[in-house]
Design a protein around this ligand. Structure first.
Ligand code: GUN
Ligand code: FE
Length: 439
């Protein structure tokens, strides 16, 4: 039996009562066994004094395959960004470039405190991403991208409905529940612009019959919803509902341009919103009505989106931006820091359908934990831990990252990873990929 105790931290439990506990946390066989209280002195201990211990962050919208595109698709609006840069590069991926892209993403995510992701990959090669993730220790729900249309998309990324669904189901059979349940497989129809109605309906059917999450993009930019209105003759969310996709399993990234009626529909159907403030700013998408959606009871979680449009995967940036953008929209305090930490942990867990498994430091939950140093001069004085996390800390303040009880980052070092060698191989593979893509 493997047991360890984390000592010396203040524990932000993120339980329903939002209890804050000073005391040890015992982890046994990958599960949180005890929070606070007396602990036998002879248990193997990890000292995390000066830190706040909290559930690892859950990022519900990322694209690991785009990490290798960092800096190669700047300064474009969404549709041009996809058609001119991101799609050609996705089409040029091979096994080696996907492996490095995934490793680079995992390193940044774990190093900066993210322990679980919902990720949309590209059309081909997702088995490489899944294998790399299984070996990495990160918790992930992964969907191969489904797309069959858009005249400007490379032919290699357009797959007819039957083979697309067959591929997704084959990945589900091979990988869902693998790595002790850390790895799960979802469906990922890219967005209504690049999916036919038949493809969206097929995804809705499979999602219903097998209870699979559906990960998509929706209403990110005004150009996009204009295209959808032309294609479908209705608004984006109404269209998704019309194809059968608007269910509690639908995870819709962005939802920047959603009117009252669409918000009401999402609330009624318990559709999950994945807010990506860094991406929304850089692609010039707009400011999402997060507080309004939350007031309606919609679960809103956070993600960095891909490194091609952020260009970081650090949840601390997304937390800070989530709070400050709502301050710009509605006034300071509109989205308080403690609500933002909830979005980064509990809302993410609920979105993944893992609300009883991760997202809080409570006995019986999986030990996905992070320790963040709040004692240093760039954070001090730390009086309100939620404020420190959202406004003052940054990813490099993460000292320890644990997933399923496995210590993957300790003293800021990622176990088994040479960061310089990783960066060097990223440079090599990115150069090769851009040559293949003709960019
Ligand atoms: N819409 C369709 N595909 C994408 C993508 O890869 N990233 C973002 N941000 N929006 C999209
Ligand atoms: Fe995205």
């Amino acid at each position: 039996m493997s047991t360890c105790v984390l000592r010396g931290a203040t524990v932000l439990t993120m339980n329903d009562a939002r209890d804050v506990v000073t005391g040890p946390v015992v982890v046994r066989d990958g599960v949180i066994a005890q929070v606070g209280g007396a602990v036998p002195a002879d248990l193997p201990a990890i000292d995390v004094s000066g830190c706040v211990l909290l559930p690892g962050f859950v990022q519900t919208h990322v694209h690991l395959c785009q990490t290798l595109f960092r800096g190669a698709a700047d300064d474009l609006a969404l549709l041009a960004w996809l058609r001119q840069r991101v799609w050609p590069m996705e089409a040029a991926h091979d096994a080696a470039s996907l492996r490095v892209s995934t490793r680079l993403a995992v390193h940044e995510l774990l190093r900066t405190g993210t322990t679980a992701v919902l990720t949309m990959e590209t059309v081909h090669g997702t088995e490489v991403v899944l294998e790399t993730l299984a070996a990495s220790g990160l918790r992930a729900t992964v969907g191969k991208c489904l797309m069959d249309s858009d005249d400007a998309a490379p032919a290699r990324l357009k797959q007819a409905v039957a083979p697309a669904i067959d591929d997704a189901l084959a990945l589900h059979r091979a990988f869902d529940g693998s790595a002790d349940g850390r790895i799960r497989v979802a469906l990922a129809p890219r967005f209504a612009v690049s999916c036919s109605r038949a493809l969206l309906e097929a995804a809705a059917d499979v999602s219903a019959s097998r209870a699979l999450l559906v990960h998509t993009h929706a209403s990110e930019q005004r150009d996009e919803i204009a295209v959808v209105r032309r294609l479908a003759g209705m608004g984006n969310l109404a269209y998704l509902a019309d194809t059968g996709l608007a269910t509690p399993r639908l995870c819709a990234a962005h939802c920047v341009w959603v009117d009252e009626e669409e918000q009401a529909l999402m609330a009624e159907r318990d559709v999950k919103v994945l807010h990506c403030p860094g991406s929304n700013l850089k692609l010039g998408s707009g400011l999402a009505p997060i507080v309004e959606m939350q007031r309606r009871g919609i679960t809103v979680s956070l993600g960095a989106d891909g490194a091609a449009c952020n260009n970081r995967l650090d949840m601390f940036d997304e937390m800070r931006l989530a709070a400050t953008l709502q301050a710009v929209r509605l006034g300071p305090g509109a989205l308080p820091a403690r609500d933002v930490v909830w979005m980064a942990t509990r809302a993410g867990a609920r979105t993944l359908g893992l609300g009883d498994v991760i997202g809080q430091v409570t006995p019986g939950y999986r030990a996905d934990l992070i320790a963040v140093d709040v004692s240093g001069p760039l954070v001090a004085p730390s009086t309100d831990l939620y404020s420190s996390l959202v406004y003052a800390c940054r990813g490099t303040d993460v000292r320890l990252t644990m997933v399923d009880g496995d210590v993957l980052v300790r003293n800021g070092e990622h176990r088994g990873v040479d960061p310089q060698a990783l960066a060097a191989s990223a440079h090599v593979e990115a150069r090769r990929l851009r040559t293949r893509a003709g960019l």
